[in-house]
Design a protein around this ligand. Structure first.
Ligand SMILES: Nc1nc2c(ncn2[C@@H]2O[C@H](COP(=O)(O)OP(=O)(O)OP(=O)(O)O)[C@@H](O)[C@H]2O)c(=O)[nH]1
Ligand SMILES: [Mg+2]
Length: 509
């Protein structure tokens, strides 16, 4: 897919752009939309379902989530936008409408009709370019899945471009040396006790180890809470100059579109409404956004990079919902001895195989919707046969275990000097992590599906829970919510029965 260089549709042109995918006006196709009829207070006119233009490729507006950039009244008699102070509602296709309002694509079975996005061919070439406007790369990383969502390939590509273009520039030729701004977003998902100074140091170290050794600045932000966005905005404006190109790049679901929408609120310029949703693969192609940053600076939203090493990419939508972290993380800690294991759903397991310490403190940092289990390692085969796909979800359903891949073991030697705080994390991409606290050394066996990245790193959140979890299954938030609901129902039906018994007694008397 080529970068769309067409100018965005002029607001007054009423330009509805339609992709070839919806040319047959089949409501089942991705990109289908209904042409909005002018809103006359007395309207009763039938809806016109005919597309008014066709494009050979996915249009810039569809990628942006809009079919109509901004609707301005053609004339006041239309009855449309009678109050010019009211913000216009963007007109979106059925796919984006469903993503925006229901958090899911309208029809997953037709998603494969959408063309694949070739990052290297499109964005990669632009970032590599030695000439042209100044390039600023916003490398967007999810704080709750730092290593899984870190775009290592892009980090390496940009770092080597910086080296090459800097050499050219030193020779006196025109050399576009990209600036890299590392944006760690969703920090509202980390516990508020995390020290920003310590976290920034941790982020810089992890980023360097991930191949980003030429970072211009680091920003820790929350796009939904508006934390750190003003500073980010000012920094990007300074780096981009009058006519730079700013690229938001990162893994699927990292938070790029939400970030751009939030940045837009700080400039006093145009406000964007890019489609954002808790579903990987929301943005389909490069979206050029102008007017958000001052001057002639262009901001580009890009489709998320597919990271097959994130376990989330193998999950069904239902399973993904259990894994997705959407609220501030809370620790769940076990105090265990050698010969014991902790499961996170049916997705990851940690065994204490050997330890010089009497007790090892294992804290699970993952979605509260994931059930946990702690028990003796000698019983793990039964766990797999009897509970994977049932009490230990995801996978949801027994046959999904085999579909997720081969269950494999990796070995980690860890050491620490405190029981009170975790020294290291063992993190699985797209899932969460075990934080390990101990005074001594331990040999850990860690199990997950083949191809899922499991890494050992310095602890991100050293503290642990005050109370320890007990052996057996923990009740996941989903189950406890369902229990609460059914208990309430039982109480209510009990009350009703009592009332009707009393009534019957009263009428008999
Ligand atoms: N808690 C929290 N959630 C966020 C934040 N930013 C984004 N999200 C959520 O993360 C999910 C993904 O956000 P998007 O902006 O669609 O992510 P994206 O990187 O554009 O995703 P793709 O288009 O699939 O590549 C949505 O559910 C957002 O609401 C944030 O700062 N905090
Ligand atoms: Mg997006």
């Amino acid at each position: 897919m080529e970068i769309t260089t067409n100018p965005p549709p002029k607001p007054s042109s009423f330009a509805l752009v339609v992709v070839s995918l919806c040319k047959n006006t089949d409501p089942k196709q991705p990109g289908f939309f209904v042409k909005p009829s002018p809103k006359n207070p007395n309207y009763k006119s039938p809806i016109d379902r005919n597309p008014i233009a066709e494009e050979p490729e996915i249009s810039v507006s569809l990628k942006r989530g809009f079919l109509k950039e901004r609707v301005e009244p053609e004339n006041d008699e239309d009855g449309e936008n009678l109050n010019p102070n009211l913000p216009e509602k963007p007109v979106v296709c059925a796919r984006c409408h469903s993503l925006r309002h229901y958090g899911k694509v309208k029809d997953p079975t037709v998603e494969n009709l959408l063309p694949d996005f070739d990052f290297d061919h499109t964005v990669g070439r632009k970032l590599n370019s030695v000439t042209g406007a100044r390039t600023v790369v916003l490398m967007v990383v999810d704080a709750a899945d730092f290593d899984g969502s870190f775009p290592r390939k892009v980090a390496k590509l940009v770092s080597s471009t910086i080296d090459e273009n800097y050499t050219v520039w030193k020779e006196g030729k025109s050399g576009n040396v990209p600036r890299v701004v590392l944006v760690v977003t969703k920090i509202d998902l980390l516990p508020s006790s995390v020290s920003p100074t310590r976290f920034e140091h941790w982020v810089r170290t992890r980023a360097r180890e991930g191949g980003a050794n030429k970072i211009t600045s680091v920003h820790l932000v929350s796009a939904v809470r508006d934390w750190g966005l003003k500073n980010l905005f000012d920094d990007v404006v300074g780096l981009a100059g009058q006519r730079g190109n700013v690229w938001a790049i990162g893994a699927q679901n990292a938070g790029k579109s939400t970030l751009i929408n939030s940045i837009g609120k700080h400039g006093g310029g145009k406000i964007t409404h890019l489609t954002e949703a808790p579903v990987p693969g929301t943005t389909l192609g490069i979206v050029r956004v102008e007017g958000v940053l001052p001057g002639q600076v262009k901001l580009f939203d890009t489709p998320g990079l597919l990271h097959p090493h994130q376990i989330s990419t193998r999950l069904t939508r239902e399973e993904h919902r259990l894994v997705q972290i959407s609220k501030e993380l809370k620790p769940r800690t076990y105090r265990i001895k050698t010969g014991h294991s902790v499961h996170i759903g049916g997705l990851m397991r940690l065994d204490i195989e050997e330890s010089s310490a009497d007790s090892v403190y294992i804290t699970v940092w993952a979605s509260p919707y994931l059930p946990l289990h702690m028990g003796k390692t000698e019983n793990v085969d039964n766990m797999l046969e009897d509970h994977f796909g049932r009490q230990l979800q995801p996978p949801i359903g027994e046959k999904r275990f085999n579909e997720l891949g081969q269950w494999v073991r990796q070995e980690f030697c860890v050491c620490g000097n405190s029981w009170d705080s975790s020294s290291v994390d063992i993190a699985a991409a797209g899932l969460g992590w075990f934080a390990v606290g101990l005074k001594g050394e331990a040999l850990l066996g860690v199990w997950t599906y083949d191809g899922v990245d499991v890494i050992l790193r310095n602890s991100l959140i050293p503290h642990r829970a005050h109370n320890f979890e007990v052996a057996g299954f923990t009740v996941s938030k989903i189950v406890s919510k369902a229990d609460q609901a059914s208990n309430k129902q039982q109480r209510q039906s009990g009350k009703k029965q009592k009332q009707s018994e009393l009534k019957a007694e009263a009428s008999a008397a």
